[in-house]
Design a protein around this ligand. Structure first.
Ligand SMILES: *Cc1c(COP(=O)(O)O)cnc(C)c1O
Length: 395
């Protein structure tokens, strides 16, 4: 089996050739510390500032509003923890977020709760969408921050970010969005969308792992998460990961070019919908997440009577790399909190499969996925006592 289709781009993406090329000099001869005043230092600093411009251009903000971080998770931690640190003295210790955020948000919110904050976890609809009216209703005088993810990493649903941003701006509440899955998939304009803070991560759009950024609207003073040296204009200590920041800049420039976003959407949407339609021909199969308001390459299906991990192993044997909401390997027997938030039972959630397609997937590769899924599902169902029960119940 020589075929290998990598369909787990929501987990991470390969570094692209132009990104690697941009990075290499900074892993070799351009090794200067950006804080040093001699030529090699100044070259490194200039490269970081260029990446800041590239990042700002992609989001529609000023370079001075971009802060590089060690990952998307760090940007999320910073936004939530620092918002509370900044506003607690004004008595604002209430956070609003949603039940289906990434763990970088959820676990941070839970920790803040243990430290005395109040947190409202908004529900989502069965299609995986947040209702802006719920956000409006949850805002209190003591609300410090609203944090709603731009696009969900498991089911791919795209949230009404501009509507939520408008509500927060009108009510004078800071609005943060975890846009790690959205960057490179949808056009983002933080000013038009009234976004105050936004997290992103390079490795989700063909940049390197271990580098991210927080957009922080000018005028919002947040305390630091990392204290120490004066890097990032005194807001994020630690000698900069120069090569990775350069990689992030090049990757976001390529990924967020409006033509690239349009090309990706136009190529992937029909393939995505063809795979979904073919899978839904199988009995006791459902699509998780809104059929339309979703990322162009993200598919999440549940096959009743099937165990997600077995499905992944069988797909892997057939040359397809995918992911599941049933992560026994993560050490937890509970299925994904995202799938449960949609109202799925544990059994159904355990039979879930996430395929996240790359922009260069071919029609022929999509056909191979379409042929392989029914075969694999049928084979697993034939061995499944749970499936036997489902079939018996129908007779
Ligand atoms: C991947 C991801 C993160 C974490 O980013 P890292 O750079 O891996 O820390 C956060 N939020 C979402 C939605 C993600 O998909």
């Amino acid at each position: 089996m020589s075929r290998y289709i990598y369909a787990d781009n929501a987990a991470t993406t390969p570094v692209s050739e132009p990104v690697l090329e941009a990075m290499l000099p900074f892993l070799k001869e351009e090794y200067g510390n950006p804080s040093s005043i001699y030529q090699k230092g100044r070259a490194a600093l200039a490269a970081i500032e260029h990446a800041r411009v590239q990042t700002a251009n992609a989001l529609g903000c000023e370079p001075g509003e971009i802060y590089f971080t060690g990952c998307g998770s760090e940007a999320d931690n910073w936004a939530l923890k620092a918002a509370v640190m900044a506003l607690a003295k004004k008595g604002k210790t209430h956070l609003i977020t949603t039940v289906f955020e990434h763990h970088a948000i959820l676990h941070t919110a839970q920790k803040l709760e243990r430290l005395g904050c109040q947190v409202t976890y908004l529900p989502v609809s069965p299609e995986g969408l947040v209702d802006p009216a719920d956000v409006a209703a949850a805002i209190r005088p003591e609300t410090a921050l609203v944090s709603v993810m731009y696009a969900n990493n498991e089911i791919g649903t795209i949230q009404p970010i501009a509507e939520i941003g408008a509500i927060c701006r009108e009510r004078g509440v800071w609005f943060h969005t975890d846009a790690v899955q959205a960057v490179g998939n949808v056009e983002i304009d933080v000013k038009a969308q009234n976004i105050d803070m936004l997290s992103l991560s390079a490795h989700k759009f063909h940049g390197p792992k271990g580098v991210g950024a927080l957009y922080l609207r000018r005028g919002i003073a947040l305390p630091n998460l990392l204290d120490g040296g004066g890097q990032e204009r005194g807001h994020r200590a630690g000698t900069e990961n120069v090569a990775s920041i350069v990689g992030l800049g090049r990757a976001i420039e390529l990924a967020c070019d409006p033509a690239a976003i349009a090309r990706k959407r136009e190529h992937l949407t029909p393939l995505r919908d063809r795979i979904i339609a073919a899978a839904l021909e199988l009995p006791h199969t459902r699509l998780n997440g809104d059929p339309v308001k979703r990322l162009p390459g993200t598919i999440n299906l549940s096959f009743e009577g099937v165990e997600g991990e077995s499905l992944l192993l069988m797909l892997d044997l057939n040359g397809i790399a995918a992911s599941s909401g049933s992560a026994c390997t993560s050490g937890s027997l509970d299925p994904s909190h995202v799938l449960l938030s949609l109202g799925l039972t544990h059994d159904v959630a355990h039979g879930s499969l996430r395929l996240s397609l790359a922009e260069d997937i071919t029609e022929e590769e999509a056909d191979y996925i379409i042929e392989t899924i029914p075969t694999v599902v049928a084979r697993l169902r034939a061995m499944s006592p749970l499936w036997e029960k489902i079939v018996k119940a129908e007779q």
